[in-house]
Ligand binder design. Structure first.
Ligand code: SAH
Ligand code: SF4
Ligand code: F3S
Length: 438
């Protein structure tokens, strides 16, 4: 009988795409996708450690398998991703969850197939988290599940060392992929009918600065857009410190590049931004937003914001609220600062009490939501074009996003996934728009 795999993914798009690559590797070895954990012969956890709750979540879910593993010793359990790559994490994991068969890091994803073979030949658990920083010029063997969108890595790692962030420690230094390899991958995806390409990197603006690939990020965008035809090109994430005119011009010039920029601000307080090592002030951030809006007037802007960074005062926090308004974010991801051992901020004095964080995050979420609702209301009666991506059985409607990231819903007898559909908006709720096909 065919062996079946089940992959559980935590964390960012980077991880979502890496799970697609793991699925590709498993399928090459003859595994097929299981409908659920219960029927799987191998369960892979692709973990995240950006905040403590992401880790707790993974520990809880892996721990819940203890009984099943006892009853079915041939069930393979593999744990990979960012969590395993932290200092001492592999040993901690082995101690707390001794029944895990394979622990693999973020750097040796490509070797996952070989690890499976090695595990088959030995009984004892296998741990492989050494940080080799080789460039991954893999062929596109990912088993993609996000049609009509496809994720494409343009670089790996991060050099920025924002003081709160664990990513540079678990993902290593920046490594840019060859532009030709990226372009070939995108061409292949467009040929297969994908309609939206999202380029991935922790700071896409520093593409090609780790070595000479002969191209800047905006040039790469132009080159991909020049493939031509109707498709959407998105990217994440852009660090405000490196966000500049050349990129803004590429967004303005290329119809394929969506008029939506995700530009994580983190805070509106200059003092906090300095402590975070973000290398820009609130005023500089707003000047960049102004430049963007000057060249691309309809451009939507989203952000990541954090409350409770060490020593954050009410006054600092108010500046973040002020930035939400001044920058006109259409929406933002909001986070409570989480202390990550090994980072600089973890050693800082003045960790903010939990109750204070709770109160601030509530106010921040309310401010962001109010702004989102206000912008949504302006959509009523307008016609938008969405790229249909799924069906929501609860709502009995097809759904997809417009260029600016708004979710639109509409009813239709026919499956429209992968099609651009125009709808007239009749009703709105939060970031969601409800309409009729026109
Ligand atoms: N490379 C991206 C961010 C990746 S992490 C960038 O620099 O924009 C995604 C978001 O998680 C960050 O923007 C930040 O808001 C949040 N984050 C990172 N570390 C965190 C921590 N220790 N606690 C809370 N939120 C954190
Ligand atoms: Fe983390 Fe900063 Fe790198 Fe983003 S740029 S991944 S927040 S260190
Ligand atoms: Fe992503 Fe989490 Fe790793 S946000 S890069 S999966 S720590």
């Amino acid at each position: 009988m065919e062996k079946k795999y089940f992959i559980v993914t935590y964390g960012c798009q980077m991880n979502v795409h890496e799970s697609e690559k793991l699925a590709g590797i498993l399928q090459k070895r003859g595994y097929v996708e299981a409908a659920n954990e219960d029927e799987a012969d191998i369960i892979v956890f692709n973990t995240c450690c950006i905040r403590e709750n992401a880790e707790n979540h993974a520990y809880g879910n892996i721990g819940a398998l203890k009984k099943r593993k006892k009853m079915r010793p041939d069930l393979l359990i593999a744990v990979g991703g960012c969590m395993t790559q932290q200092d001492g994490a592999a040993e901690r994991l082995r101690k707390k969850l001794p029944f895990v068969d394979i622990v693999f890091g973020t750097h040796n994803l490509k070797d996952f197939g070989a690890l499976l073979d090695r595990k088959a030949a030995q009984k004892k658990p296998l741990v492989s988290v050494q940080a080799s920083e080789e460039r991954l010029e893999e062929e596109d063997s990912a088993y993609r599940t996000s049609f009509p969108n496809a994720w494409v890595n343009i670089m790996y790692g991060c050099n920025n060392f924002c003081t709160y962030c664990i990513v540079p420690y678990v993902r290593g230094r920046e490594r840019s992929r060859e532009p030709d390899a990226v372009v070939r991958e995108v061409e292949g995806l467009l040929e297969k009918g994908y309609k939206e390409i999202t380029l991935l990197g922790q700071n896409v603006n520093s593409y090609g600065t780790d070595r000479d690939v002969g191209m800047t990020f905006p040039q790469l965008l132009r080159r991909i857009a020049a493939i031509g035809g109707k498709f959407r090109l998105r990217f994440m994430t852009s660090n405000p410190k490196d966000f500049g005119e050349e990129l803004v011009q590429a967004i303005a010039d290329c119809p394929q590049v969506c008029n939506l920029v995700h530009l994580p601000a983190q805070s509106g307080s200059d003092r906090i931004l300095r402590l975070m090592n973000r290398k820009y002030t609130a005023a500089e951030y707003l000047r960049k937003v102004e430049m963007l809006r000057g060249a691309v007037p309809d451009c939507a802007l989203t952000s990541d914001l954090m409350v409770g960074f060490p020593t954050e005062t009410e006054e600092d926090f108010r500046r973040t609220l002020e930035l939400v308004r001044a920058a006109g974010f259409s929406t933002a991801f909001t986070f409570v600062y989480s202390r990550r051992s090994g980072t600089k901020a973890a050693e800082m004095e003045g960790q903010v009490p939990e109750e204070v964080c709770k109160e601030r995050i509530m106010r921040l979420v309310e401010a962001v939501n109010a702004q989102t609702r206000g912008l949504s209301a302006g959509y009523e009666g307008k016609t938008i074009e969405i790229l249909c991506e799924d069906y929501d059985p609860k709502r009995g409607a097809w759904l997809g996003r417009d260029e600016y990231g708004r979710m639109g819903y509409f009813a239709d007898e026919r499956n429209r996934v992968g099609e651009f559909v125009k709808i007239r908006v009749k009703d709105t709720s939060g970031i969601s728009l409800f309409g009729e096909r026109v």
